[in-house]
Design a protein around this ligand. Structure first.
Ligand SMILES: C[S@@+](CC[C@H](N)C(=O)[O-])C[C@H]1O[C@@H](n2cnc3c(N)ncnc32)[C@H](O)[C@@H]1O
Length: 164
């Protein structure tokens, strides 16, 4: 498969899983967190399908397309290794949905650079929160759940946050 095919499949899988996740959290309260704003494509999709939810986006710097830029009050800039624990201090375990999209596209690199991430994700997620991630997250409080139909194996991962 060419890299173009792989990229298209990734975007299709992202849209499918975001739509599925948005439906799954309609009956729960809580924040929606986008970990990895990047160009802002998935953030923009989330705010379109969840117009009434409070959505925070995180990234090192604000590089999103101006049409996908979150309001300043909902944008958390800096290294997430630092900004996520700061956010937990301010908001506690308050997220109903977390979309983790901090991947570099190279799984071996992610495993090293993002080794701290699962701990922070677990600390942000309220009981039974849904976490969807482009990379595998290993943490005892994150229980893997089945993906919706049409998501190729290993392309995305989904978890529920177990109660402590
Ligand atoms: C794959 S891109 C996100 C794509 C985005 N969701 C979109 O749809 O356009 C990954 C993003 O994660 C961010 N990122 C990766 N590690 C980070 C870290 N430790 N702290 C803050 N941002 C990080 C990168 O800066 C990059 O913008």
């Amino acid at each position: 498969m060419s890299r173009l095919d792989s990229f298209i499949r990734r975007l299709e899988a992202q849209r499918r899983i975001l739509d599925w996740a948005a439906k799954s959290v309609t009956n729960s309260n809580g924040l929606v967190l986008e970990l990895g704003l990047g160009n802002g494509r998935t953030y923009d999709h989330l705010r379109e399908i969840l117009p009434k939810r409070e959505i925070y986006a995180f990234d090192r710097e604000a590089r999103a397309n101006p049409r996908s830029m979150p309001p300043e009050s909902a944008l958390v800039l800096g290294d997430m290794a630092k900004t996520l624990p700061d956010f937990v201090e301010r908001h506690g375990r308050s997220a109903a949905l977390i979309h983790v999209d901090a991947t570099t596209g190279v799984p071996e690199r992610d495993r090293i650079h993002l080794a701290w991430l699962p701990e922070h994700v677990a600390a942000l997620a309220q009981d039974d929160a849904l976490i969807i991630s482009g990379s595998n997250l290993e943490h005892p409080a994150l229980v893997a759940v089945s993906l919706p139909d049409g998501i190729p194996e290993g392309r995305y991962f989904a978890y529920r946050r177990a109660a402590p």
